[in-house]
Design a protein around this ligand. Sequence first.
Ligand SMILES: Nc1ncnc2c1ncn2[C@@H]1O[C@H](COP(=O)(O)OP(=O)(O)OP(=O)(O)O)[C@@H](O)[C@H]1O
Length: 908
Amino acid sequence: MNGPRQDQTAKYCFGLLETPESTNCTSSKNEDSSSSNSEQTPAVPSRLLASSNSLPDSSTLTSCSEAFGNTSAKKRVQTPVIRSSSSLASKTPGTFKTPRTVGVRKTPKTPYTSSSMTPAAENSCSVIVAIVEGRGLARGEIGMASLDLKSPVLMMSQFSDTQTYVKTMTKLQILKPLEIILPHTVCESGNSSKLFKMISDQFPNTNISSVQRRYFNETKAQQILSVMCCLNNVVPFRYYCLATNAALLKYVEYIQNIIFAPSSLKVVFKGSEHTTMIDIMTAKNLELLENRRDPFSNHSLFGVLKYTHTAGGARLLRSNILQPPSDLETITMRQDVVREFTEKEEVFYNLKGVLSKFLDVDHIISLCVQIPKNDNVKTAESKITTVICLKHLLELVPVLQEFLKDCENPLLKAYCKTLEDPRLQIVLSKINSVVHEDTKYQKGTLPMRTQNYSVYDIFSGLLDVARRAYTEIVDDITSMVTQLGIQFHLPLRTAFSTIRGFYIQLCCSGKETFHAEDLPPIFIKVTKFKTTLNFTTADLVLLFFPDRVKGSLDEIYLMTNIVMTELLGDVRHHITVLYKLSETVAMLDMLLAFAHACTLSSYEFTDTLAIKMGRHPILEKIGAGEIVPNNTYAAEDCNFVLITGPNMSGKSTYLKQVALLQIMAQTGSFVPAEYASFRIASQIFSRVGNDDDIQTNSSTFMLEMKEMNYIIQNVSGDSLVIIDELGRGTSAEEGVGICWSVCEYLLKTKAFTFFVTHYKELTSLDNLYANVENYFMEVHRSFSREGGCEKITYTHVMSQGKTPEEHYGLMLAEMSTMPKDVLHDAAELAEMLDRLRQKNQTTDPEVARHRAIFKLASKLLQVARNSRLDLASLRAYLLNLRLHSGLHPPTATPPLATTKTAELTEGL
Ligand SMILES: Nc1ncnc2c1ncn2[C@@H]1O[C@H](COP(=O)(O)OP(=O)(O)OP(=O)(O)O)[C@@H](O)[C@H]1O
């Protein structure tokens, strides 16, 4: 064990070579605390320091070096805490920049350092938490990493949260952090995020520090953790929680000055409460958000369900697919809503109609809460637009409420009540006191600009004059463009963009196509955008743009800005009700989308997974050819389903179908099946991928092993696991060995596992384990006279038992142009190996008897838990069960079902 790993002392290196200076960090801390000049902060290993940019523009921010007892906060605001040692940085290849941290609140009292621990410190907080939130469509996706300085356990979690951040706050309450680290972008003064504000409010005694967002880097985290994690520890493939780890670990090293030994850190992944954890690889394998082959196609689960009309609804759908709820009450409540929507067609269409008019509520809220650093025409314009959009939203609220008022579902009633909140109307009347009542939100920059000056003439005649001047100018431009259109017989129209100003647009999407070259020379600066040609004329540029138009508009905006700033200040007092509105609209939109996608949806939640005639939802969306439905069954007595069958018979499709239907059911959506019963899964795992991971430089085999290790370490009794062709990246013997031991590991758990394999040896697992059930994909062979060879027809039907097909790989190969003698030799060898294998596969009658007893006992238990039959039917069913148990000779009594689930059990 004298390899290089041992030489890495208590230090992880971010792609840097180790140098002796790095070990001096701890001892230098005390020297640093007496210094007031943060540039000399020796707490940071100087060789790693790199240049830092200017600090966030905020007078409230104080330097993190306060943590080390420095006093001159003001000076430190101007001077970055961690500075580069340029000479050293330039000498070190690939120097890693240090996280430039800024303590937003007071000094954290670090109770524990790697070198000392006082008794008093033992009871105090010692957890440092890093949090990051996704952006754009991923907003609400929270990554969290926490490290208890008292024990080297790194807790990671990633979950979807609402705009009220209930889950985040709950988690923080549990963690009781000493310090919270956030990306600098969310803490910037005047531009701080809602998450930052909530944390500051709810954790007034916790230090909050900001770190440059670029340190929330998932690739770096993987590098760091690969060095720092315990050898058997596996890090989940989840982007945001990984990203937080990079910032957290770097922060702990540089600011708390704590360095962990390599392979010493334990990583624990904790998903969010009441949601199912789906790791990023599984999300990719199952094509939850994106089609694997074509990222732009909508052939993904998200694409199947995306009938949403609002951005908030789409975001909610996305996060629910990635993290479906796992608490029964939530799911059944949603199911009931979807059912009500499907039953009440009028309500469905009315709600759909009004929701399609909604704008992105979250975006409008964020515009309302952002305070620009400087006021200028652009920010003034944005404020007016925000107010008009908000007015538009609030005017839709009573309409939405009206359509919901007769709904019976408690969830819909609660949403209706939210919409009744008088604060919504208070905000609207405040807006109406400033903006003309007939001002309407309109699509497009030009119409919106015209609306923007529909503010009451608070400044008596002044604003009116400016407004009139602007209208005249716009009228002049419009008539000039109309004239040009008549002159050149072209369908021209006036257009406007903030960057370009006024310009002329020619639409080329109709019957006639226009090319830039064919335009008369009067038209200049021609650009093509999708289906339009955009251009201007010298007259338009000279006469109207920019000064005349811009001057009058600027005047309007600046005058209106004063009013708008005051109005938005008032709106912010009622911002919580707007967040609630946003949540309501998003949830209604998502549930309506589920109702839209609904075809048949009859399912319940029990302890059994039983799907009758289930179909693959994405395959169905693609709509190429007939979809063959299949049944699925897994229960306590049969929680391990082993599937064999020839290539192309539909095994992988079937596996994914099971997981996709489970996810759909847990989101509250329909499932494409005749009937289904699900057991709520706390985690869904998959090992399906077949690509080499170039990014992490892993071979196929290495990747399979990593993924399997992750599953093994995290699987629990209520997980759903799908595994496709494990072990194919190595030799057949090793592959069988690995598969066998993985199967045995999973068989010890109560997880529902669906395992697809080509290794026939594994089918004899059912001799040893009564909870293994073999299934196979049926194919039909026929002789094709035309081709003079055997033909295979794929039925895609799954049946119970082991596949009778032999050497199907060779059959497929025969269809290729492989030389006949090579194939002949291969067939002979395969047959020889088969004979050997069959010799070892004999079923002991005693084993078979034990198996039958186990099955009967499990079925009886299932009946006791789920039966809803009357006494006579139950008696008949139990008699039938005994007769078919294999413990007595069966008679001709037809099977009777207790519930639909039991019916399926029999059917399968
Ligand atoms: N139930 C089904 N109904 C209709 N088409 C199906 C069904 N299942 C699979 N298919 C189609 O059959 C083809 C092969 O399916 P799949 O890749 O799942 O087979 P496989 O058995 O996993 O193959 P291999 O062992 O080579 O990986 C796919 O094109 C798929 O669209």
